[in-house]
Design a protein around this ligand. Structure first.
Ligand SMILES: NC(=O)c1ccc[n+]([C@@H]2O[C@H](COP(=O)([O-])OP(=O)(O)OC[C@H]3O[C@@H](n4cnc5c(N)ncnc54)[C@H](O)[C@@H]3O)[C@@H](O)[C@H]2O)c1
Ligand SMILES: O=P(O)(O)OC[C@@H](O)[C@@H](O)[C@H](O)[C@H](O)CO
Length: 443
């Protein structure tokens, strides 16, 4: 701890994290900080590893792994220093990673590796690194561990378990050890955390006096619902409001089909309307009507009564309208090929299974995403092949090919939904005011 460091404590490492992005620092590290503040014992330190580039660890390590969390409310900013990260490390440092994973004091691994991170394969992928770390833990004879996914995917615990078991399948002894010693916890995570800007560095310094090169900006709202066992213990995250439940599914659906589906609707339609942030899209009547229609279509297939849903909608409207949170639509729009299945297609399928009419607003979001794929703003490696073959003059083929990418299992595709996507493509192209010169030029 240097003389200039604002750090007051360094907790022993008992949590390993993979994917040192803004969200981990605004969410899990903040919950752990609050739990440590209330803990009379030695507390829980995090060894946080980067997922891809080492940059986030380099910046944090240079400031003793302490950073500023700015809470940006509609009425103003407040800030506090977070010191629950004890070590920030380059995820490519295999020996450090294995040592952290094998450490008997470590009880938990958390993950924020993006939706796309669960599909990546190869030796450097997150799944391979997780399996490698668990192999090291088994070899060290260390106690059981909980793996906690914090990405926006339904059943994220089972998704990680299947990924790890698949990668470990060439080593049956490891699979057996994983089955007996690793608890895969599913979680619903919520806190809108946009990428911060250089201006936020000056704001952080004014608020705390600490010259932070990498502050994180987030909204005041936060939610964390977890389901699963922690065989070697956990921080008292409940003191910061975390909830531990037996059945996570209703919470996941609510979050994915309302907040995340709403975000994707505003992102794709908002970009066509030349909006740049969620708050701007909320001020645009076309986008706002589309958002309300997506919510109305999800409502009958959500296990919450109308009064509870009204509370959710009111909270979401005010969170989305917070213009001081500059959540850029291009950030939300990226990787739509990974995001739309859990946000839009699962809800559309639930409507079909319940015998309800096709969700026109849901189909419109998919159509807006397809148009987005023809623009220069697209950032979606998973959709590259589709982008190359898309020809919007043939709306039926475009809708069919796009849905085939989102849902490769043909038996799960609803033909009426595909037809509605094609109709919505025509509608969106007809509405001249929904298109920009950029998208028009691309077609
Ligand atoms: N930002 C939010 O509002 C928010 C809220 C809820 C959940 N999340 C979840 O957290 C994820 C990260 O969001 P963020 O705001 O921290 O983004 P970010 O851009 O700040 O950081 C992304 C992190 O993911 C890692 N990553 C990216 N691709 C990866 C891959 N293929 N394998 C391993 N790691 C990879 C990066 O290295 C980085 O650490 C989101 O994709 C989402 O699933 C974010
Ligand atoms: O973070 P992403 O890129 O998965 O998606 C962007 C947003 O829709 C999402 O992150 C929300 O901000 C978040 O889920 C709020 O809790």
């Amino acid at each position: 701890m240097g003389a200039d460091s604002p750090r007051t404590k360094r907790h022993p490492v008992r949590i390993v994290h993979l994917g040192l992005g803004a969200f981990h620092r605004a969410h899990q590290a903040w919950y752990t900080q609050l739990a440590n503040d209330a803990d009379t014992d030695e507390g829980w330190g995090i060894a946080a590893f980067t997922g891809r580039s080492p940059d986030a660890a380099t910046v944090l390590a240079a400031q003793d792994d302490v950073y500023t969390l700015i809470e940006r409310a509609g009425a103003g900013d407040s800030a506090r220093l977070i010191e629950s990260i004890s070590v920030a490390a380059d995820g490519a440092d295999e020996s450090l990673w294995r040592a952290a994973m094998a450490d008997p004091a470590v009880a938990i691994v958390t993950l924020t590796i993006t939706e796309a991170g669960y599909r990546a394969m190869g030796p450097a992928s997150a799944g391979a690194r997780l399996a490698d770390g668990l192999r090291a833990r088994r070899a060290a004879g260390s106690p059981p561990i909980a793996v906690v996914s914090c990405d926006n995917l339904p059943g994220n615990g089972e998704v990680v378990r299947d990924l790890v078991r698949g990668i470990a399948s060439t080593d049956p002894g490891l699979v057996d050890w994983v089955d007996g010693n690793v608890s895969f916890v599913s979680t619903m995570v919520d806190r809108i955390t946009p990428a911060s800007t250089p201006r936020d560095q000056a704001i952080a310094r004014t608020l705390t006096g600490f010259a932070d090169a990498a502050p994180v900006v987030t909204e005041p709202f936060s939610e964390w619902v977890l389901s699963g066992a922690f065989p070697s213990g956990r921080p008292e995250w409940d003191v910061a409001g975390a909830r531990f439940v037996d059945d996570i599914e209703p919470f996941e659906r609510r979050k994915l089909w309302l907040l995340n589906a709403g975000h994707s609707a505003l992102a794709y339609l908002g970009l066509l309307r030349e909006c740049t942030t969620i708050a701007e899209a909320m001020a645009d009547s076309v986008c706002r009507d589309a958002l309300e229609a997506v919510w109305a279509e999800a409502s009958p297939v959500l296990p919450f009564d109308a009064a509870e849903l009204e509370v959710q909608f009111a909270t979401l409207r005010s969170r989305f309208e917070n213009a001081r949170i500059e959540h850029r639509l291009v950030q939300i729009a990226q990787d739509g090929s990974q995001k739309l299945p859990p946000r839009i297609l699962d809800a559309a399928r639930a409507r079909a299974e319940a015998g309800l009419p096709v969700g026109v607003a849901e189909a419109r979001v998919v159509a807006a995403w397809i148009i987005h794929l023809t623009t220069d703003a697209v950032r979606d490696p998973g959709a590259q092949a589709l982008v190359r073959m898309l020809d919007l003059r043939d709306v039926e083929a475009s809708a069919h090919d796009a849905i085939a990418l989102l849902e490769p299992e043909p038996s799960r595709v609803d033909a009426a939904f595909v037809a509605e996507v094609a109709r919505q493509l025509v509608e969106l192209r007809r509405l001249d005011d929904l298109t920009t010169p950029e998208t028009r030029g691309a077609r």
